[in-house]
Design a protein around this ligand. Sequence first.
Ligand code: UDP
Length: 243
Amino acid sequence: MTDQGPVYKRVLLKLSGEALLGDQEYGVDPAVLSRIARELRDISAMGVEVAVVIGGGNIFRGAGLAEAGMDRVTADHIGMLGTVINALAMQDSLEKLGVFCRVMSALKINEVCEDYIRRRAVRHLEKGRVVIFAAGTGNPFFTTDSAASLRAIEIGADIMIKGTKVNGVFDADPVNNPSAQRYERVTYDQVFAKNLGVMDATAIVMCRDNHIPLQVFNLNNDGDLTRLIRGEQIGTIVERGEP
Ligand code: UDP
């Protein structure tokens, strides 16, 4: 299977901020960053156009700060700035590997990265640059999962891929429930009906209504991203059901 080419032309990968934690409780583990960067380099070298949305949960989550008493909008601004920090760290790791990369932010921070402009983002992708979308949607009260759905639709990605800590979508939390069963395939409507913890409702509806499939896989399994890009059945695919 190793000489099998990619089955996708353009993908959007969603990485949670927590994925960058490694064994730490806060911040970014450089070893984890480099490992993910190598995987991104490998799929980019296969000729796939790679866009990435990074979360910020390893730094600040707006809802958590608001619970502690902060104004929610300010808290979400802080959360979005956290995603910019992660995006810059990932850009650095990619550039160390010789990968051309651009960070595009939904909030204007021109001194450190480009503004998000859809046509420019698509041009970067066509030129083979990895594009990292930072600052979520640029609006409070959203998540980076919703930002990832939005960007995937805007850039015309073939698929959205969500890297998590577990091997896909399960019928119960696999961390606390060893008998939890993994789905190979599930529809967006089943995700709602069974209340499966895949993404927030806004993100699910965006993907469902705009016909974007979602593949959920374990980011800690080395090489799974590459195998998935070659079309191997890895993790769980979430799709629209038959009409
Ligand atoms: N955020 C926001 N608007 C967005 C995306 C993110 O306000 O469009 C803020 C929000 O406070 C969120 C934080 O950024 O808690 C970090 O994003 P998220 O929690 O989605 O990160 P992840 O869980 O993927 O690490």
